[in-house]
Structure formats: C-alpha cells, structure tokens
Write a protein that binds this ligand. Structure first.
Ligand code: ADP
Ligand code: MG
Length: 564
C-alpha cells in the first residue's frame, strides 16, 4: 500500500484507539510497578475521546485535520504527563500543513518525526531517559530507513519500538514519576514506551492484515478493572468519581464556591476586583487537597485532574479565567512532570489572552532526590503549609510579591514520609503496591510511588526520630530557628497514630532548641485509603510568620490567629 485515503486513515486510528483501550489493564500494571498506576486509564480516556472525534469527522477532505483534532481531543481529556506527551505525538505539525486528502508513507513518517520533535520540545527527554521517547525515536528512525510501502514502513516502526521498549528495562528514569526511584526502576519497562509500541503494532497490523496477540496479563490480575471485581469502594462508575465528588462537595459547600462550567474546576463565588488569584490543583485522590482548600486567605480556585493525573490545560485555563480579577493568577502545584507540562501550556495560552500568571512548584519531598537536584523533588503534604502562606500573600499582595513570598516558603519547606499500605485506584482490584506485614516503605510519594527503601517496621518514636533527623540535616536547622510543623496522614492512618508521631516530634524539636511557632496534625493530603504519614517542617522568618498568622478558613482547613 502506497496511498492511504481519509477513510483508511480513520480506520487505522480506530485500530490504534481500540488496541490501547483493550490493553488498559496491562498499561495500568506496568505504570503501577514504578509509577502511579494511572497510565492505562489515562490512555484509555484519551482513546475514547479519539474515537468520538473519529465518529464525528466524516467530511473526508483533510487527513491533517484528523491528526490535529485527535491530538487536541487527547490534550483536552487525558491530563497527566501522557496527555500532553501523546497529544503532541498525535498532533505533530499537522496544524501547519496544507490540507491533504491522501496520506503517503513519506507523509506519515514526517508526521511522526514532527510529533517526536514536539514531544522532545515540551518534555526534554532524550533516548535513554526511560520515557516513551525510547520507543518513538527508534520507530521514527526505522521509518526513515524503510521508506517503501506502508507495510514496510510500519513493520519497521513496530519492530524498532519494541526494541526500544525492551531497552527501557535497563534504564534509570530521568523524567516522569519513576525518576525519583533511581536504581529501583531498573528491570521495569516504561509505561509510555509500551503505549507507543502498542500504537505502532496496531498500525502495522492494520496495513499488513496481521493480528499480533495482545500482551497477556497474569491470571490473578485478570479483571483488575472489571467493575464487579474491583475493590470495595463507595462509588458508582469509576469514570465518574471526580465529577460526582465535586457535585457532592458543592451540595454541602456551594454557598460560597461554585463549579467552573464544562471542566472539573471550582471557584469562589466572590473574588474582589484587583485581587491576585491563587489557583491550586493537581490530580484528584488527595482529598481534601486541592479543591477543598478554597476559602478565605486560602485558594480562590482549583483545577482538578482525574485520579492522580494532572488537570489538562483547558481546565486550568477555564478555572484561571473564572478567578482572574485583572491582577493575574498564581499557580501553586506539586512538582510532577504531568502537572508541569499541563500548567506550562495553560500559562502560555493565558498569556496570549492577556492573563498574567506566575508559577510556584512545590518540591518538599526531601527523599525524592538529593539537594543538588532539588528541582527533581516532588510535592507532598507540605503543600498545606504552602497554600496557607500563598493564600494569605495573595490576599494582600500583587502577583509579583505574592510569588516572591510563596517561593520563599517553598525554599524553606522540608517533608518526608513513610508508607505502610498501598491504596487502590477506583475501579481497580489491586493496590498500587503491597508490603509484607513487618515492612514499611521509607520516603515514598503521595501516589504510592515507591520510596528510597523498604525497611523493617519500627515504633512511632523510631520512625519520627529518623524522619526528623533527615529534615534537620536537610534544612540545616539550628537552635533558635522558628518553625511550623505539620504531621499528615495518608488516608487510613488514625489520628491516634498521628498524634503519637507528633508527640515525639515536639520532644525532638525541643531537644534541638527549635522554636515551634505552630503545630498541626491532620490528614489533609491523602492517597485515598493508603496507610502512612509524613512530617513537614517550614522554617519561617518574620515575613513568613506574618502570612502564616493570618486567619484562614475553608471547608476542610480553618485556622484562627496563631500569635498576637
Ligand atoms: P503520570 O506520570 O502523570 O502518571 P502517565 O502515567 O499517564 O502520567 O504517563 C507516564 C508516561 O509518560 C511515562 O511512562 C513516560 O513514558 C511518559 N513521560 C513522562 N514524562 C515524559 C517526558 N518528559 N517526555 C516524554 N515522555 C514522558
Ligand atoms: Mg502514571
């Protein structure tokens, strides 16, 4: 085959979508090993949106319109790292191409070459960094070397993407959630690269008429997402959890907060003209973080993604527009590839519309990367203290000044946690990770991403001592330093256990001569029903103290004046 008409391209894209949808569980399992287990559902949502576009598009005139509309549909539905990455792969440079009614092998090669280029432009990953680039780049190279019929072209791409995928098992990850795992990521293949291989397999099968069997999932993992067999949870349909939780929230707290139409976003009903808006956001599954922190001297609005997946740019833009009062919007979110990509894209779109934004990425998890690579660290429960400071600062200051104060808080914030039991994503059967009875995960993330090491279970005092000493060392905390602390539970850890941790924390602070300005203990940044806890310490100066002390209130976080 040397020409592909509009209808054939449509059918090939249907085949791609169906391949991914059928392999959702397989992708979930691969992402669960070294990521957060959501790659399958994210890709599936994107592919359902692709199918909808294909169902609607029937004018038959422009193959590039098909590529750019399917790419756009993915960007607008998936969120997470893969939303921006895979929509770039699909869109390529289609927007700038003159209309064409037929596709040639050269055009398809050129399309994916430009797709790879935009993936690398936004994501910066090179080959060897353990991302989907490791499968896409060799596939594109192989296409350039096998420029014959579609059959030759796509068979070569399929083979090369599989070889690239296999190699990801040897790599340490430099991007995505697995980047904090170091050597622990070795031996596991990359989820995004697996999707790329599945996509090229679907395309090669389509043009050759072959049927490559789908990867087999071990017996006990079958039906991981079959609703009847999923873990017991009080939900209706897994795909509706985020939408329905917002609806429930608004029935209870909708006097002062409303939904942003058309997206998963919330905004305060009354925001004064000229106020700097504070936008918080990220994946759902951490309730009450992020959306339930909208309130006085706290957030003005929230952009919510699917469970553990960053919100997509359209959500962030619509929420920003709903909250902007002419003074600009401060973005405050956890430092994850998915969030960074989606928020940066939104900032670009908003700038073009004349809405100014500034960004502070929270990277308080000191376990997730050494200090020399501080920008590789991820955001965890210290975000509570960040919203406290940023919310107060945005109430009084210009965007520039609020940004400065918020960054200062971020640069004086240190957190580290332990995990005892994993959580299960709604609709799945298996938890993200499991641990033997007598072990705990040290330094893990709030999506259940593995931590630095697994160690034997310890007493509360031992846990607290070891976490605290890492924080003191990292923050170079000295006698006389003034701090605010926050002990966070991950979901199913009881307040009793958290208080026992806090008891020891207070004793250790006293021994170290630290001046504790305020202590808080709660479960405000959860990982659904995960068991575990973290300790966060914010070192404050007089300026940060001023903002910390401003009273604040929201449905799940309220504090009155701390000091006189
Ligand atoms: P998230 O990481 O937000 O949970 P997904 O699980 O859906 O998103 O997707 C993870 C995949 O995204 C990774 O396996 C990797 O292939 C890809 N990815 C992450 N970061 C990058 C990047 N900077 N460049 C290219 N691909 C990336
Ligand atoms: Mg993931």
């Amino acid at each position: 085959m040397n020409q592909m008409d509009y209808q054939s391209l449509k059918n090939m894209l249907y085949a791609c979508a169906d391949k991914i949808i059928r392999n959702e569980l397989y992708l979930a399992k691969i992402d669960g090993a070294i990521g957060d287990g959501d790659h399958g559902i994210g890709m599936k949502n994107g592919m359902i949106a692709v199918r909808k576009v294909l169902d609607q598009e029937s004018d038959g005139s422009d193959i590039y319109a098909l590529f750019s509309k399917t790419g756009q549909a993915m960007e607008n539905t998936m969120g997470g790292a893969s939303g921006m990455i895979f929509s770039s792969m699909f869109s390529g440079n289609a927007k700038n191409q003159p209309p064409a009614s037929c596709l040639s092998p050269e055009m398809l090669y050129e399309h994916f070459r430009s797709g790879l280029e935009s993936v690398q432009r936004i994501g910066h990953a090179k080959e060897g960094d353990k991302t989907m680039v490791d499968a896409l780049a060799p596939a594109v190279r192989a296409m350039s070397e096998h420029m014959g019929s579609f059959e030759e072209l796509l068979k070569a791409a399929k083979k090369a993407s599989l070889e690239g995928l296999e190699k990801t098992k040897e790599y340490v990850a430099k991007y995505g959630r697995a980047k904090n795992l170091g050597e622990r990521a070795k031996g596991h293949q990359d989820a995004g690269a697996t999707s790329v291989w599945l996509l090229f397999t679907a395309m090669a099968d389509f043009v050759t008429g072959n049927e490559t069997p789908d990867p087999v999932i071990e017996k006990k993992e079958e039906a991981v997402r079959a609703d009847v067999e999923s873990k017991k949870k009080i939900i209706n349909r897994p795909e509706d959890v985020v939408k329905e939780e917002s609806e429930g929230f608004l029935y209870a707290y909708g006097k002062s907060i409303k939904a942003v139409p058309g997206v998963n976003g919330l905004v305060k009903k009354v925001i004064p003209e000229g106020k700097t808006a504070l936008l918080v956001g990220g994946g759902s599954g951490h309730e009450p973080m992020f959306g339930f922190f909208i309130g006085e001297n706290l957030a003005d609005c929230a952009a919510n993604g699917n469970v553990f997946a960053a919100p997509h740019p359209e959500t962030i833009c619509k929420v920003s527009e709903a909250a902007d009062r002419g003074a600009g919007v401060l973005f405050l979110y956890g430092n994850y590839t998915g969030d960074n990509l989606n928020f940066d894209k939104a900032a670009e779109i908003l700038a073009a519309k004349g809405i100014q934004t500034k960004t502070v990425r929270v990277w308080d998890d000191i376990a997730s990367a050494p200090a020399e690579r501080i920008t590789d660290r991820r955001g965890i429960a210290g975000d509570v203290l960040m919203i406290k400071i940023a919310g107060a600062a945005c109430s009084e200051l210009s965007l520039e000044e609020a940004f400065r104060v918020t960054e200062k808080a971020r640069d004086n914030l240190y957190s580290i946690g332990i995990g005892l039991e994993g959580a299960t994503i709604p609709g799945q059967k298996e938890p993200i990770f499991t641990l033997p009875e007598d072990e705990m995960e040290y330094g893990l993330g709030i999506h259940g991403e593995p931590g630095i090491k697994r160690i034997k279970m310890q007493s509360a005092d031992e846990i607290c001592t070891s976490l605290f000493s890492r924080i003191v060392e990292e923050g170079n905390l000295k006698k006389g330093d003034v701090i605010c602390t926050y002990v966070n539970g991950l979901g199913s850890t009881t307040l009793m256990e958290l208080m026992i941790l806090n008891r020891k924390l207070a004793m250790l602070c006293e021994e170290a001569g630290l001046v504790v300005h305020d202590m808080d203990v709660n479960s405000l940044v959860t990982t659904m029903e995960m068991a575990g806890a973290s300790i966060s310490v914010l070192k404050i100066d007089d300026e940060l103290k001023k903002y910390y002390d401003m009273p604040c209130s929201s449905p799940y976080y309220t504090k009155s004046r701390i000091s006189d």
